[in-house]
Design a protein around this ligand. Structure first.
Ligand code: 3EB
Length: 315
């Protein structure tokens, strides 16, 4: 599921399935998705390339879509999502209908961004209510074995942004031995557990979910961004090891709750993956109070065969 990170004024060199930009300056052209998270450094956009020129754009079940015969990109913005539980349930029910109707039945990766993520106490917290609505929409026999890689991050502007990729070929769920599977989190974290897998292996690529400083199911180093950055990277390393082989990042996205923590967290990520690692740094809220940093990524298997399916590979 390859991607290029580009500055705002780059010119696409291949047909695009999607261009996702962060912040509020779309620059030249129009982003397919403009996520209201302030970028804290360049670049500010990610470009997802189509496999071929047979790009189709259409709308269905409340989603704007693009597909190239191999992959489906879908996106939706609910601006009236004050009842986040109902908004999530509707959006995920519609998404399942879209996947069924379009023939792209395998959900690979999904991003969820909405406001006031940790507002509300106990089970009334908006993130927990989001999890409840999402779960209600997708629960089915064996559904946990087919959960996609995911991200949930809080914005400061009202609305639920939901977008992602689906395929006709299934990915493989990878869980992290260092972390409790999110779909098995204990009751104390909410009435329904978060419905996502830690990573999806898709051909020679690994789509890594938002990963924070959670070990087992517990937050580590609450409010300490520097210590959390190390813990989060240890989680990514454990996941890469679990997935097998040697992986190199083609996209990393670092989310920091407090912009003041960005330089140290960014330095930790670059120390691990190299100064030239493709990295977006964004200001957003993580799903639990006390969590200061989170990272997600797309990784490529090094040196191995490259003849399998990939999203967005340039011709
Ligand atoms: C965690 O590990 C951190 O609810 O879909 C990360 C990625 C997190 C996805 C989701 C939540 C989700 O629990 C939070």
């Amino acid at each position: 599921m390859n991607v290029a990170l580009s500055p705002l004024d780059a010119t696409p060199s291949a047909p695009l399935l999607a261009r996702v930009c962060f912040g509020d300056a779309p620059g030249r052209g129009v982003a397919d998705v403009l996520v209201p998270l302030p970028p804290l450094s360049e670049p500010r956009c990610e470009w997802w390339f189509a496999q071929n020129d047979e790009l189709r754009r259409f709308e269905r079940h409340g989603y704007a879509c693009a597909d190239d015969g191999t992959h489906l990109f879908f996106r939706r913005l609910d601006t009236a999502a004050s009842d986040i539980e109902a908004a999530a349930e509707h959006a995920y029910r519609d998404l399942l209908a879209l996947l069924e109707d379009s023939g792209y039945r395998e959900l690979l990766r999904i991003w969820n961004y909405f406001d006031e993520l940790t507002v509300g106490e106990g089970d009334d917290e908006r993130y927990r209510r989001f999890c409840l609505g999402r779960h209600r929409a997708i629960v089915a026999p064996d559904f946990e074995r087919r959960l996609p890689a995911a991200t949930v991050i809080g914005t400061t502007r009202a609305g639920l942004h939901l977008f992602g990729f689906a395929s006709k070929q299934a990915g493989e769920q990878i869980e992290n031995p260092r972390q409790t599977s999110a779909f098995r989190y204990p009751r104390e974290f909410g009435p329904r557990s978060p419905s996502f897998s830690r990573a999806t292996r898709y051909g020679s690529q690994l789509l890594v979910s938002g990963t924070a400083a959670i070990v087992g199911h517990e937050t580590r180093h609450a409010y300490d961004a520097v210590a959390q950055a190390q813990e989060m990277l240890a989680n990514v390393d454990a996941l890469l090891t679990q997935a097998g082989g040697a992986w190199t990042p083609s996209l990393l996205k670092l989310y920091v709750f407090d912009p003041a923590d960005a330089p140290a967290a960014r330095a930790a990520v670059l120390a691990r993956f190299g100064a030239e690692a493709p990295l977006l740094v964004l200001n957003g809220e993580v799903c639990r109070r006390g969590l200061m940093v989170e990272i997600e990524g797309l990784f490529e298997q090094r040196s191995e065969q490259r003849n399998v399916q990939r999203i967005g590979q340039r011709a």
